[in-house]
Design a binder for this molecule. Structure first.
Ligand code: BTN
Length: 272
């Protein structure tokens, strides 16, 4: 067996042996790991949760705001389906930010300058001015509790030179950003295991401690203090970003409306 196949087998074994994951699937190809988990949730055919679904290729990768997610070989793509119960539901709006912070924490010590690792609200992972990973969180409300689907796409060793101009200008890869000593050992499997460990730890800490996000967000906040333009469903907000509020909303000092909390929107541009 070649070294890559062995590494893959070992990673799957490790995940299946852990107490955390109740279902682990790793597929060669699918339209979208998020779509598959959504379909299964809607059809009431979910396996035991938490369910980790990884795919080597996606033919219909989806991003936020209806965007297509570029899903070439070398992109790590997975979704986690899980439930939340009890008091945490009052803070569930923070979930995207918590996941973003967890990814940042998992990779910051692998890159040349950890302080360049940031989260652009709500949950784009940036290194410097370039996007390394995106997160798409969806929920399906059925007869029981809602199921949350956390989809992550990270450019690990993607062929950025072959991407279209927009992606070439705005994206980076872990292969480009890691320290030289780490580059040789970089693999989809090793990054997946690091991200999942970090995410499980952060989600658990966040559920126990209501100040968790407050204490961790500022260190990674990409937009704080910058002038931003945010597209809402019914217009735009322009002004200086002041941070986030307790609900996880982006707070902007809008030039006309004054202090404005944005729960859902797309930050279209920012001051670098
Ligand atoms: C974004 O930045 O807009 C979010 C991108 C999320 C991409 C991941 S890849 C795995 C999962 N399946 C999808 O179709 N999307 C997410």
């Amino acid at each position: 067996m070649d070294i890559n196949a062995l590494r893959r087998l070992r990673a799957i074994e490790q995940l299946k042996d852990s107490d955390h994951w109740q279902t682990v699937d790793w597929l060669p190809e699918i339209d979208s790991t998020n779509s598959e988990q959504k379909r299964r949730a809607v059809q009431n055919e979910l396996p035991r949760l938490p369910w980790l679904l990884v795919a080597d290729r996606q033919t219909g990768g989806r991003g936020r705001a209806g965007n297509v997610w570029w899903s070439p070989d070398g992109c790590l793509m997975f979704s986690v389906a899980l439930r939340f119960e009890g008091e945490i539901l009052e803070r569930i709006g923070q979930l995207p930010l918590v996941v973003g912070v967890s990814l940042a924490g998992a990779i910051e010590n692998q890159v040349d300058s950890p302080e360049r690792v940031k989260v652009k609200w709500p949950n784009d992972l940036f290194v410097g001015e370039k996007k390394l990973a995106g997160i798409l969180i969806e929920s399906v409300v059925g007869s029981g509790n809602a199921v949350w689907i956390i989809g992550v796409g990270m450019n690990v060793v993607v062929p950025l030179d072959e991407a279209d101009l927009m992606i070439r200008q705005s994206a980076t890869s872990l292969h480009r950003e890691v320290t030289a000593s780490r580059r040789a050992e970089l693999s989809i499997e090793s990054v997946l295991l690091d991200l999942l460990d970090g995410m499980a730890q952060c989600l658990s800490d966040w559920q126990r401690d209501e100040d968790w996000l407050n204490e961790h967000w500022t260190r990674y906040a990409f937009l704080n203090g910058k002038r931003v333009c945010v597209a809402l469903h019914d217009g735009h907000v322009f002004g200086r970003c002041l941070g986030i509020d307790a609900a996880g909303a982006l707070v902007v000092d809008d030039e006309q409306r004054g202090r404005t909390a944005i729960l859902s929107g797309v930050v279209e541009s920012w001051e670098s």
